[in-house]
Design a protein around this ligand. Structure first.
Ligand SMILES: [Zn+2]
Length: 244
């Protein structure tokens, strides 16, 4: 074999290895992180979610008072067993049109959203949606995706303080995947029905929020973090109709 051929072979092998390495790095980023987040989420004890969630909820809305306990208990009883979560709703005085779920069962509802709701059942519909983000661990998985290193370190070393600091500063900026939102809508409508409330309240709430803010430039936070409101209204309305 001549020196020229073996050099060329070496270069081809090096090129192939380089392409493989780039592909592996891309795959780790594209699929490895979501896979790691999903796997870690399954291992997290509920007590750990409660520790992180309670601190995060307190940090994002300091001074928020426990509220809506009656309707929350009604929805909680209707969750299919086994349900390890005890829900606590806290109402914050800010005019933000928003509601947030922290892991472990803590949900913060802002006064702006309560004002925009057309009825108590519409508020229950928001709770039903947010409770599904907790029960299906969407909130926990979103945290693992966003803060993978702190979350895994916290879990391994049994110290969640670093993660709590990161989550507390950015709970409102956490994004769920589209599939999580669709699931929370769908299961939220079913939960309203099982709790003896009107499933139509979810599409009605979405319409109330659109109407309340139709003249404004910015969408209310609860709609902007949950994209494509018209599509959500159509899907949840059809599902509610099927349940009648
Ligand atoms: Zn949501």
């Amino acid at each position: 074999m001549s020196a020229g051929v073996s050099n060329r072979q070496f270069l081809l092998w090096a090129l192939a290895l380089l392409i493989l390495a780039v592909y592996a790095a891309y795959a780790a980023w594209q699929w490895g992180l979501p896979w790691l987040a999903a796997s870690a989420t399954k291992l997290v004890p509920v007590s750990w979610e409660q520790e992180v969630g309670s601190s995060a909820a307190a940090a994002i809305a300091p001074g928020a008072k426990p509220c809506l306990a009656g309707v929350a208990a009604q929805l909680e009883r209707a969750l299919p067993p086994p349900n390890p979560y005890r829900f606590e709703i806290r109402c914050a005085a800010a005019q933000e049109v928003n509601a947030l779920a922290a892991p472990g069962g803590y949900i913060v509802v802002f006064q702006g959203l309560l004002d925009a709701a057309g009825s108590e059942e519409e508020v229950a519909a928001v709770l039903a949606h947010e409770m599904q983000h907790v029960a299906r661990r969407h909130a926990t998985r979103a945290i693992f995706r966003a803060f993978a290193l702190q979350a895994v370190a916290g879990l391994v070393f049994g110290d969640a303080s670093g993660l709590i600091a990161r989550v507390s500063g950015s709970l409102g900026a956490l994004h769920y995947q589209r599939a999580d939102e669709d699931e929370a809508d769908r299961e939220g409508v079913l939960l309203l029905k099982r709790a003896g409330l009107r499933p139509e309240a979810l599409p009605e709430m979405l319409e109330s929020l659109e109407t309340a803010t139709s003249g404004e430039v910015a969408l209310p936070a609860w709609l902007s973090s949950h994209p494509d409101t018209k599509r959500r209204i159509a899907i949840t309305r059809e599902l509610a109709r099927q349940l009648e």
